[in-house]
Design a protein around this ligand. Structure first.
Ligand SMILES: Cc1cc2nc3c(=O)[nH]c(=O)nc-3n(C[C@H](O)[C@H](O)[C@H](O)COP(=O)(O)OP(=O)(O)OC[C@H]3O[C@@H](n4cnc5c(N)ncnc54)[C@H](O)[C@@H]3O)c2cc1C
Length: 350
């Protein structure tokens, strides 16, 4: 079987004390739960594709299993290995501890998806966002297929922060205790690969550590980020978009990237509705509606109604966890086809 040639970087590891049959079915089930494509599933091999990122390839050996991970870029290879450690640990506690990769040279190094950047500017966007522009050398992995990343914020009073390293099992070792990093997820709003410039928008809310950071940050400050990761821009021209403030940057990026002939709806929620002033550009065939948080209808109700009217549209839904759970519950017997939805909790009320 030929693996996708666009994933040329590879790392292999052997697991000797577990027969292939023990992991074949659990891996296939787990892949399907995560809506990943099972490219191959035979008595001796399983290959799973993580869209845009790469492949996991498991092969039966005389003794044990060979695991091969392939990807297009070093940071994506690292992220696949890192993710695999977590998944294998869920399947068979302890199994990830014995993984030793063919590219062991990276042990102890800074993970390739961690980037040291310099803040260039901080600008208000509407009434409740600050746009941060950062500069760094290597942003090539930040493409339309992976539009999210994490801020790595040290504790406020920490003057000598620690940064993550790569363990011998290929996983990321995060600083712990008083040096633990706060790692909230954000969305790349705009990117200029040639100039090495990237922008993202922080929604300002009470008690937010990212809010506190950005309100005190200045041009020239260092900001460390990890990414990219998460979802990308859906390839569709029929879409239903539901977003609260935290998802407005992602919704804005998706809406402005859609083909001109796209059709659908976008319902955008903020405390003050359209008066939050967050700029949105969408193709003429997409109806954009702003909703005020205290309105009678909710994002979930509106999404359910629209979905019953337009079942063939891609459903993109991101907001507070309770609304996401309500939507998931309501459609659990009538889920969108794989690859036809993105439903994600972007924050949770504590
Ligand atoms: C894939 C993804 C992409 C995201 N993209 C963006 C983005 O581009 N811009 C953006 O602003 N956010 C975005 N978010 C949401 C952001 O990660 C969360 O809001 C995160 O909690 C913010 O961290 P913090 O440091 O501000 O708050 P924390 O210090 O983690 O939390 C402090 C308190 O604030 C509360 N809180 C968190 N978010 C909110 C909120 N929105 N409104 C009210 N209270 C809140 C928490 O419940 C907690 O009580 C994204 C999330 C995901 C999963």
């Amino acid at each position: 079987m030929t693996l996708n040639p666009s994933f040329p970087l590879q790392a292999t590891a052997a697991v000797t004390d577990l027969p292939f049959e023990m992991i074949r079915q659990p891996i296939v089930i787990m892949a399907k739960e995560h809506e990943l494509l099972v490219v191959e599933d035979t008595a001796t091999a399983v290959t799973v594709e993580v869209p845009s990122f790469g492949h996991y390839h498991f092969t039966a050996q005389e003794v044990g299993i060979e695991i091969r991970v392939s990807a297009a870029l070093p940071d994506r290879l690292h992220m696949l290995k890192d993710g695999l450690c977590d998944h294998l640990e869920d399947l068979h506690p302890g199994i990830a501890d014995v993984l030793r990769w063919s590219d062991m040279a990276t042990v102890g190094a800074l993970p390739p998806n961690v980037h040291f950047t310099t803040v260039q500017s901080i600008t208000p966007i509407g009434t409740t966002f600050l746009r941060v522009q950062i500069k760094t050398e290597d942003l090539w992995s930040f493409q339309d297929d992976a539009i999210h990343f994490r801020l790595l914020l040290p504790p406020v009073d920490c003057t000598d922060p620690d940064w993550p390293t790569i363990s011998e099992t290929g996983s990321t070792v995060w600083p712990k205790g008083e040096k633990a990093l706060h790692r909230p997820v954000y969305t790349t709003r705009q990117i200029d690969h040639t100039a090495g410039l990237m922008e993202f928008d922080i929604f300002l809310h009470d008690g937010g550590r990212a809010t506190n950071w950005v309100q005190q940050a200045n041009p020239g400050d260092r900001l460390v980020i990890a990414g990219p990761g998460g979802g990308g821009i859906p390839e569709t021209s029929q879409i239903l978009v539901y977003a609260d403030e935290t998802a407005l940057p992602a919704a804005a990026r998706i809406l402005e990237s859609l083909p001109k002939n796209s059709r659908g709806q976008a319902v955008l929620l903020s405390d003050t509705g359209v008066n939050c002033g967050y700029p949105i550009k969408a193709p003429a065939g997409i109806t954009v509606t702003w909703l005020q948080r205290d309105a009678a209808s909710s994002l979930t109700d509106l999404a359910l109604t629209a979905r019953s009217e337009c079942p063939d549209h891609f459903l993109w839904f991101a907001c507070e966890k309770a609304d996401v759970q309500r939507l998931r519950e309501a459609i659990k017997h009538d889920k969108p086809a794989p690859g036809q939805s993105y439903i994600a909790a972007y924050w949770s009320q504590s």
